[in-house]
Design a protein around this ligand. Structure first.
Ligand SMILES: [Zn+2]
Length: 283
């Protein structure tokens, strides 16, 4: 496959503009950032809304909520896990290691890979996890095989997700499980919000899958979708307030005032029915 082809359906037909810097395949409907643009060009199209481009900065402080979310995800995943078959787990984009730490007792081994210094250092120092700091595509796993591979809120960030799937396929065998959470661009909320949908922010998010396009891409690399549901999230008020006051409105003073009240430490559960949780099985 060359760079002019759609990664989902393989057509060479030129993608059609959807929003600024966002295009849609005329053949299969797959939506992505316009990959002919650089990260800098994509950022320039959207940066009036995103003052730093950064997501909520205090990840470690949100640990409690991340762990609750991971417990929810794992409760569903566990229904498909056969302990004798699914022994070795890899998380791609393991961040601070909260998921791996949550599930380590359930597997013979768990390991992670992440490109960030802070995440990898935290996962190692605090949880003594086996986590490498590298790009998954560049890291040599030799003949290693995994039984469960997890990408939580990660696939939308990748420049070439199809190459990740190709490599995951090379390091899994029949019956292995692959989990993905990502936004659903065909969801009602995404369609109502249009280019204002909170998931539309290139170059941080480059891919906007829908159930059909993600299933089709997974099929290409030998993975059959066996589960696809909308999932909700626990969020701290701090995380939400940061996104609104600091990133959208550029009013960090409001955010700091709210922080002083202590309210930002509280959390709530929200399901907007626009984040899909997909579990696929290797054929
Ligand atoms: Zn296509």
């Amino acid at each position: 496959m060359d760079e002019t082809q759609c990664i989902v359906c393989g057509t060479k037909a030129a993608p059609a503009p959807l929003y600024r810097g966002i295009v849609r395949c005329p053949t299969c409907g797959y939506v992505s950032a316009d990959m002919r643009l650089t990260d800098e060009e994509l950022f320039a199209l959207y940066n009036e809304q995103f003052f730093t481009g950064a997501e909520f900065s205090d990840y470690a402080a949100d640990e409690r909520f991340f762990r609750k979310n991971f417990r929810l995800r794992f409760r569903e995943l566990k229904k498909f896990i056969a302990p004798a078959r699914h022994r070795h787990l890899l998380e791609i984009g393991s961040a601070y290691g909260f998921f791996l730490d949550e599930v380590r007792q359930e597997f013979a081994s768990v390991e992670g890979i992440d490109i960030t210094d802070a995440g990898v250092a935290h996962a190692r120092a605090r949880f003594n996890l086996n986590v490498v700091q590298a790009d998954f595509l560049a890291h040599d796993y030799g003949a290693q095989k995994f039984d469960v591979v997890c990408l939580w809120d990660t696939i939308e960030h990748l420049r070439a997700p199809h190459l990740y799937l190709e490599k995951i396929a090379a390091h899994t065998e029949r019956g292995a499980l692959l989990t993905i959470t990502t936004g659903d661009v065909a969801s009602l909320n995404a369609r109502l919000r249009g280019k204002q949908w909170r998931m539309i922010h290139p170059p941080t998010h480059l891919h906007y899958f829908a159930p059909e396009t993600l299933a089709r891409l997974l099929e290409r690399y030998g993975f059959e979708v066996i589960y696809n549901r909308y999932c909700g999230f626990y969020r701290s008020l701090g995380n939400v307030a940061y996104n609104i006051f600091v990133l959208r409105w550029q009013r960090p003073g409001f955010f700091r005032q709210l922080e002083r009240t202590g309210l930002t430490k509280f959390g709530f559960y929200l399901n907007l029915y626009d984040i899909m949780y997909v579990i696929a099985r290797r054929r």
